[in-house]
Design a protein around this ligand. Sequence first.
Ligand code: 5GP
Ligand code: MN
Length: 324
Amino acid sequence: MKFVSRDLDKLKTLLSSDDQVLVTTHIRPDPDAIGSVLAIREMIKQLGSEAHVILEDECPPRCGFLPGADEILTLSETKNTQRYKAVVIVDAGDRGRVGDVERLISTSAEIVNIDHHSSNEHFGTLNFVYPDTAACGELLYFLIKALSIELTQTLATNLYAGLVTDTGRFRHTNTTSRSLQVGAALIDAGADAAAITDHLYYDIAAQDIRSIGIILGSLELHGRGEVSTMLVKLDQSIEDPDHVVDFARAINGVEVAALLSEMKDGKIRVSMRSKARVDVSKIAESFGGGGHVRAAGFRMIGTLTEVRDKIVPVLLKAVKDSSA
Ligand code: 5GP
Ligand code: MN
């Protein structure tokens, strides 16, 4: 993978400067987001500077085993009134995705944007945006090599967590031979593939399994069965929506699946997945969100059924247009 050498020089200077570096990611962080902020923190340490990982939301329990996870601070925990002049934002397609962490960022800050979303808005003063990488974990592997940073076992573990999650355990269409090669190199560097996958996918709270049963029961098919929806009430919310949205997409004949979840702030969060033709990131962008071609999301005001009734026609039309 090729980087612009001037950008690499700038990155190295920034990450090894005397300024403390704020490292952050998107709200409701997933394992690629958490693994990536932890990896960047270690990269900055190796380069001789200090990093503070501060997120709006807590680290999800399934990511708690990742090396360094206990060093993550949430906004409410930090008494920090400091405004950082050096900031790394990873796995976020637009700047608004960092949430209220925005208030820790100086207006004159150097912002490094490291991401793999096709909808990325290149909001950084320095942008490393590579939508052809399956995960930020994959992208960071190449940055680590390019910066001559030592690939330690802890780095490998954090990168592997992102890679295994964002590729849907190496089975989504974003899984390339390069993703597998990076996975192999991470295992060679000490990542325990089976243990990481177990922590992330097979260590589920019993309550979540009960909720999964209820959510699966909410399945509806629309049109001639090319669009599926599932609804999640606030008290049924589960830690990892991938568990159910994967089933919604797996149904034969379904091209687009949407999982609609009530959130604490009263909005509905829409998680979309497509099988082969529809670019769901375009649909998400049209509703103010973003994501990838086959996995994207946004939030909308309304009740579960109102939002369902609003988006289903849009999804049906997208499927129809894609097969025209
Ligand atoms: P999920 O459905 O798993 O929450 O998200 C799928 C993908 O879409 C992820 O890469 C996620 O970062 C992105 N995504 C989800 N919701 C939003 C959103 O509201 N805004 C943007 N920009 N991206 C989103
Ligand atoms: Mn990601």
